[in-house]
Design a protein around this ligand. Structure first.
Ligand code: WTA
Length: 635
């Protein structure tokens, strides 16, 4: 089993070893897994291409490591525990033996439907066990999964299906979230009507009682295809560097890109980081509240915990249904030991009052995790005092879709803790801070652009179908460095505090959004000539979306216009991208070269109007006053 660090001294030693001899360090970790053929070389790398290969020529299958390898020792232990949306519905659970059988059956069903190694399979699923099962079934036969969060619109889904030329979609008929029963098969049908020619089959998991239209020859019921399949399916031999999955994420320009992760390195590092950050002990129940549609769900609901032989819980619902005590009720009910959630959820629950958390027995909790956005001090203190009852360490885990797994974080109880600080890098991770001139900032008590100067096993390998974009986005800003897009501070003790994105990406409720993406959606409205989107501080969401819009004529009814804009954005991307504030303006502040001065727009949006800096170099300084007045009226 993967090494587990047991003290801060052990961490320091492991860290030093990992930097002094990274290959020896990671070889030792990799040895603990099942390989069909051992690697020839631990690492081959060059950040110029980029071209990074871990465990070169190693052959394996990640599901053999998630499932088969645990059967002898923990076959009857619960692998996957499922808590339904409706608390009166039955909990479902799968032991390692049962999960193994279900994954094999699903893998055989995929094969029977023509899915082969290397084919892309798109997911648009609720948080039900069949999602995890089908993801693993893909990995079992070497098909590449591309999970799309089921809150995205038909348009966004179609874009992702086409970009990866997926052969199959796996979806449900309905999704249950809180009081909502959402007809999602319809979204898939709408998406497929948008020239998704590569799709041959749609597998539909039945999650409701109502009828849904099924297209003859294309649409098939999950249960018809899976039931009756053999519970044995040999794991396809994969090269360490074969693709495991694609996950789309937003950047500062253009459409979302498909981040590609490969099999070997991702396996070694997700397991290593899971074991160490959460300090999982045999018999514990671990719960991550993320959706599998995001990287957190991939690495820390499915792969990391199962690789480590853990009991991982999946939750179908939302934190406030049937009431604001649901998270704590579930922790109490299942005696959860490690709990991992996002600051936005914590802030939303703080606003509901302490009585919801006070009434539950949370004595089983040992480690509390935070992910997705900076956790503000107030939320940190509440999490620590109210949820952890001042007994549990908080691990503030900084990482990204592109990093595949946690990069900077405390390790359970074994690291010093400081509110709102992610802390120290995990063994094997070599962060550094750069200035805009491309110089590395040495020493402590400094702030700069966060980069990583050495590869780690789960680094992204490419962006699907466009390697040059990967190079441009992550490896061109600084020579021989991976650039994260985040700004950070290293304090006097060498602990990292993440400040936030320095590019045109905003983080809304822990969801990444490109401002350009939202602008493109808004511009689809027939009255919109130009728009500019910025983030602004939001009490619950962390950042809210603020849109400035120029229209092609006077707007008679601004409320009606705003509603229409929200509708367009919902259709183009999904409800998560809806602007919180929309301001109609006659112009946007521009430099003489025609670039929008976002700095000014950000300040106005955050209400910081007294301090706009020098506006005299603008092409149109007069619009600034108008924008300020309009913003005051909106507030
Ligand atoms: C932000 C989510 C501060 C950061 C795993 C990063 C954080 C982006 C933290 C990646 C944290 C994530 N503290 N900021 N603990 N974790 N972020 O790809 O800006 O959805 O670049 O991955 O979220 O978001 P993504």
């Amino acid at each position: 089993m993967t090494l587990q660090i047991k003290s801060f001294e052990e961490y320091q030693k492991a860290y030093q070893n990992s930097v002094a001899d990274p290959e020896a360090f990671w070889a030792e970790q990799a040895e603990t897994f099942t390989w069909k053929k051992k690697w020839d070389k631990v690492l081959d790398w060059d950040f110029k291409g980029p071209d990074v290969k871990w465990f070169v020529n190693g052959k394996m299958n990640i599901t053999e490591n998630c499932l088969d390898r645990h059967l002898a020792e923990r076959g009857d232990q619960v692998a996957l525990l499922w808590e339904p949306n409706d608390p009166s519905d039955e909990v479902r659970s799968f032991t390692y033996k049962e999960l193994y059988a279900e994954v094999c059956k699903a893998a055989n069903a995929l094969k029977a439907n023509g899915i082969e190694k290397g084919d892309r399979v798109c997911f648009y699923m609720p948080m039900v066990p069949e999602l995890a099962i089908a993801v693993l079934a893909c990995a079992r036969i070497g098909a590449i999964h591309s999970v799309v969060f089921a809150g995205f619109s038909a348009h966004a889904l179609a874009d992702r299906i086409k970009d990866a030329t997926c052969k199959m979609v796996i979806c449900s008929d309905f999704n249950n979230r809180g009081t909502k029963h959402i007809p999602v098969k319809k979204v898939v049908d709408d998406a497929l009507a948008m020239d998704c020619d590569s799709i041959e089959t749609v597998l539909v998991y039945k999650n409701g009682d109502e009828q849904v239209p099924m297209q003859e020859g294309r649409d098939k019921w999950w249960h018809d295809e899976v039931n009756g399949q053999s519970p044995e399916c040999e794991a396809t031999e994969m090269d360490s560097e074969d693709m495991l999955f694609i996950l789309y994420t937003s950047g500062s320009t253009g459409k979302p890109k498909g981040v590609v992760h490969t099999c070997g390195g991702y396996m070694v590092y997700t397991c290593y980081s899971f074991r160490n950050v959460f300090q999982y002990q045999d018999g514990d129940v671990y719960w991550c509240t993320a959706d599998i549609g995001w990287i957190t769900g991939h690495s820390y609901i499915v792969y990391g915990p199962l690789l480590a032989g853990a009991t991982t819980m999946m939750f179908e619902g939302v934190p406030t249904y049937p009431d604001a005590g649901r998270f704590w009720e579930v922790c109490d009910k299942h005696k959860v030991n490690q709990f991992y959630t996002a600051p936005t959820a914590i802030r939303a629950l703080i606003a509901q009052g302490d009585e919801w958390v006070d009434k539950y027995d949370l004595s089983s909790l040992t480690v509390l995790g935070s992910v997705g956005e900076p956790i503000n001090e107030e939320a940190w203190q509440w999490y620590y005092k109210k949820v952890g009852r001042e007994r549990c360490p908080i691990v503030d885990t900084w990482w990204q879709t592109e990093t595949g797994a946690i990069m900077i974080s405390g390790l359970g109880d074994h690291s010093p803790m400081k509110p709102a600080h992610a802390g120290y890098p995990l063994p094997g991770i070599q962060p550094c801070l750069m200035n805009a001139e491309g110089e590395e900032l040495e020493g402590n008590d400094i702030e700069g652009l966060l980069c990583i100067k050495y590869p780690w096993p789960s680094i992204l390998r490419t962006t699907y179908g466009d390697h040059e974009r990967c190079r441009q986005t992550y490896f061109s800003a600084f020579a021989d460095m991976y650039f994260t897009g985040d700004g950070a501070r290293r304090d006097k003790d060498g602990m990292y505090r993440i400040i936030g994105r320095v590019d045109d990406v905003i983080n809304v409720s822990g969801h990444r959004m490109g401002t350009a993406e939202v602008e493109n959606a808004i511009n689809e409205h027939s009255m919109v000539v130009e728009s500019a989107v910025v983030g602004y501080p939001h009490d619950i969401k962390g950042q809210g979306i603020y849109a400035y819009i120029i229209t092609n004529g006077p707007v008679d009814d601004e409320d009606e216009f705003r509603k229409e804009v929200l509708k367009v954005v919902t259709e183009e991307i999904g409800p998560i991208a809806k602007p919180d504030r929309i301001q109609v303006v006659s112009g946007l502040p521009k430099t003489r070269s025609g670039k929008i001065m976002r700095r000014i727009l950000r300040k106005v949006a955050s209400g910081d109007m007294a301090n706009l800096g020098d506006t005299s170099t603008l092409l149109n300084p007069e619009v600034v006053e108008e924008i300020k007045t309009g913003a005051e009226e909106l507030r």
